[in-house]
Ligand binder design. Structure first.
Ligand SMILES: [Zn+2]
Length: 219
């Protein structure tokens, strides 16, 4: 079985239309795969603040470049994990849905967070996976510079590739700091994205069942 790390990297080279990679040789390592160059990052953070007319020599700010680098290094480092899948011995053939998984990621346009909940479901085929792993998948793909649409698709593709289920559905609902704090400045507005594959896309009843399970519950 491929590790999730390998799948994450593969996603960067597979064209959006799912298909077989076409023998172009080994994929180039994605930029995010390298180790963090802390010295360079701290110098750059200090330089950015100075260029923004911030007095970086002020007492309270002395450690700020280091803290900035700590934060971004953490938020941009996906945790590799090796998901264990199990044979679907019981022949379970109803939807499995992990609902309201909290997540946060960084918008690649502004490096500001977007955060909310993910609903992740699949209709099992031959394999099933531990429920906590669905949350780990969300975390894994969240830890990089993202747009919500791509994050949604990456989660769904991973489940599709790893479990070969009869269908996959992923719905993400998030508030973007770049929308709520600046620009149109609309706090509370959420963006909803979805990726539906297989039966969850094609069969109206299953699709409806999944989507009704993901509707916002009373808080
Ligand atoms: Zn943004």
């Amino acid at each position: 079985m491929r590790s999730i790390e390998a799948v994450a990297n593969a996603n960067l080279v597979i064209p959006p239309e799912r298909g077989s990679p076409n023998g172009d040789g080994p994929a180039p390592a994605p930029a995010a795969a390298g180790a963090v160059d802390r010295r360079r990052a701290e110098a750059a953070a200090a330089e950015l603040l100075a260029a923004l007319a911030v007095d970086v020599d002020r007492d309270g700010l002395r450690e700020t470049p280091r803290r900035i680098v700590d934060v971004y290094a953490e938020l941009l480092s996906p945790q590799p994990f090796h998901p264990t899948t199990f044979a679907n011995d019981g022949g379970y053939d109803e939807l499995v849905v992990a609902r309201s998984i909290p997540f946060h990621s960084l918008c690649e346009h502004h490096l500001l967070p977007f955060a909310g909940v993910a609903h992740v479901g699949y209709l099992p085929g031959e394999r099933i996976v531990g429920l906590s792993k669905l949350a780990r998948v969300v975390d894994h793909f969240s830890r990089s510079l993202q747009v919500q649409e791509r994050l949604t698709t990456e989660i769904a593709r991973w489940i599709e590739a790893e479990l070969e289920p009869r269908g996959v559905g992923v719905v993400l609902e998030a508030e973007h700091a770049c929308m709520s704090l600046r620009g149109v400045a609309k706090p509370g507005a959420t963006t909803v994205t979805s990726a539906l594959f297989g039966v969850l896309r094609d069969d109206q009843r299953t699709r409806g069942e999944f989507l009704s399970l993901t509707r916002r519950q009373d808080r």
